[in-house]
Design a protein around this ligand. Structure first.
Ligand SMILES: Cc1cc2nc3c(=O)[nH]c(=O)nc-3n(C[C@H](O)[C@H](O)[C@H](O)COP(=O)(O)OP(=O)(O)OC[C@H]3O[C@@H](n4cnc5c(N)ncnc54)[C@H](O)[C@@H]3O)c2cc1C
Length: 476
């Protein structure tokens, strides 16, 4: 397939922009999403503020009469805020559709991660301040007070919960996480649920902040039910229902290139998944070597009523095993998720740049767009000629809509942080020579993390507003 190279991108027909009505629909959708994102932040902050306010209003403030009681109050507030943040983290990881539609799973998970360390420090502060406060009140040393607490059954299991939380946070520190297989890290991460649950008895018995009939008790029970209910519903009940309803099975395994396969599926009413081009799902394949690991993988084509397709590059042991799947293997699915779709569009033109296996959501996204002639410019990037996965389909989809496709093949230049090939860089190709109408375009980027960051850096440097940058990361 001969494609014009990126350096020939300057000669093209003048693009047509989207009509004003379509543009205003996109803009108002963006405003709605931004309002919803603001509301989510307000809801998180309010839940923390309410936890503290309810404690203070129900006698917490009045109990501060001296130094030790002040330390106890600080300890209790730290514990309440820390627990509240952990429950917020559970909600963020629960794959709640509203959160997905508003900010996307990747942003929700990034936010979830950012809260991890502050939550742990608050819980450690809770333990420290209360232990010192109680030791001073009881006339004990800190060590004696700790021994007393350890021998109280509810406190002993609360210590266990704290220990589990430390293990979870340490396992998530980048340097530790990189050394762990994903599944091991994920299994450790599930201990968070245990850690939160084993802390509940000490809140009821020792804490006193959850005394029967108090507004605090109602508030905390509601928060626990919301967090655990969201996890149970969206991560277990809904996926099981989806799997039973759609009865997906592998229909064939197609080799696309060395190490890259397309998995074709059949199923019932797959169009009712309402997957938009560019979305992904979390897939589990019920064969002996694969049932215990699920993978987030984008649809590489928009599902029809009876068929669906994903395209996978073997990047690790789990994805490599998928090539050996047999037709007939049952498939479970969570999703579809993500906002790397037409729904995220805010501008009149479409610029797309995809590298390597990052073409998968790009391919499906193009299928889902109503594009005007000249509206779309796609750059396909490969390190070499073997990395042209699905390029023929992308070219057909783009050209049939009157768009332009360019290729950029070759390794990145040594010692330079560029997303282009060394040859293109030498020829003076820039992001605006490839996408001359970039500032009026939505830029969709999908490829390796460092490469994507380089594209986005160039786009920001020429002044592309944040809301016009859309990125799908394969590594969250
Ligand atoms: C939104 C999204 C869409 C993706 N779409 C595609 C696609 O269309 N085609 C494709 O080939 N690859 C895609 N990937 C990447 C794919 O998920 C990983 O390559 C695959 O899961 C690696 O698993 P492994 O066991 O082979 O390798 P491992 O060595 O076990 O994992 C490598 C890395 O993959 C990530 N990963 C593995 N399992 C999971 C999981 N269950 N949840 C989240 N991250 C995980 C982790 O960052 C891990 O460090 C996508 C990833 C994401 C997040």
């Amino acid at each position: 397939m001969a494609l014009p190279s990126a350096s020939s991108a300057l000669s093209r027909r003048p693009p047509q922009s989207a009509p004003t009505l379509e543009l205003s629909v996109r803009r108002s959708r963006l405003r709605r999403r931004m309002r919803a994102a603001d509301l989510l932040i307000v809801a998180c902050s309010t839940s923390v503020a309410l936890a503290v306010a309810l404690y203070l209003a129900s006698g917490g403030a009045a109990q501060v009469v001296d130094g030790p009681s002040a330390l106890n109050a600080v300890g209790i507030v730290a514990g309440l805020v820390g627990t509240d943040l952990i429950l917020v983290m559970l909600v963020l990881a629960a794959r709640v559709p509203l959160i997905d539609r508003t900010v996307g799973q990747d942003v929700a998970i990034r936010f979830h991660r950012r809260l991890g360390k502050p939550a742990l420090y608050l819980i450690l502060g809770h333990l420290l301040f209360l232990s010192v406060g109680w030791a001073l009140q009881d006339g004990h040393t800190l060590v004696d007070e700790t021994v007393v607490l350890f021998t109280t059954p509810d406190m002993a299991i609360a210590y266990l919960g704290l220990g589990l939380l430390v293990v979870v946070v340490v396992s998530s520190i980048v340097i530790v996480r990189r050394r762990l297989p994903y599944e091991a890290w994920h299994a450790i991460h599930l201990l968070t649920y245990v850690a939160v649950l084993v802390a509940v008895p000490h809140q009821l018995s020792v804490g006193g902040v959850l005394t029967e009939g108090s507004a605090e008790r109602v508030y905390w029970i509601a928060l626990y039910v919301l967090a655990f209910g969201a996890v149970a519903w969206f991560r277990f009940a809904v996926p099981i229902a989806l799997t039973l309803r759609h009865r997906m099975r592998v229909s064939s395994v197609e080799t696309v290139a060395p190490g890259v396969i397309s998995l074709h599926f059949t199923g019932r009413s797959l169009d009712r998944l309402r997957a938009r081009g560019g979305q992904f799902a979390i897939w589990r394949f019920w064969s002996a070597g694969t049932w215990w690991h699920a993978h987030p993988i984008s649809f590489s084509a928009v599902p029809t009523a009876t068929t669906a397709r994903i395209t996978v590059r073997a990047l690790g042991a789990g994805s490599a095993r998928l090539a050996a799947l047999r037709p007939g293997t049952r498939v479970s699915i969570e999703g579809p998720y993500g906002i790397f779709t037409d729904v995220a569009r805010t501008a009149s033109r479409l610029a797309m740049v995809a590298a390597g296996i990052g073409v998968t959501p790009a391919r499906a996204l193009l299928e889902n767009q109503r594009l005007r002639p000249g509206e779309t410019t796609v750059v396909l990037r490969g390190a070499d000629d073997t990395a042209r996965y699905l390029w023929t389909e992308i070219v057909e989809l783009t050209r049939s809509n009157g768009g332009a496709v360019y290729s950029m093949i070759g390794p990145r230049p040594h010692g330079q942080d560029s997303w282009m090939s060394g040859a293109d860089l030498q020829r003076g190709v820039t992001i605006t020579s490839v996408f001359p109408h970039l500032l009026e375009s939505d830029l969709f980027v999908c490829g390796p993390a460092v490469w994507s960051d380089a594209v986005i850096r160039d786009a920001r440097a020429v002044g592309l507003p944040e809301e016009q940058i859309h990125i799908e990361r394969f590594d969250w």
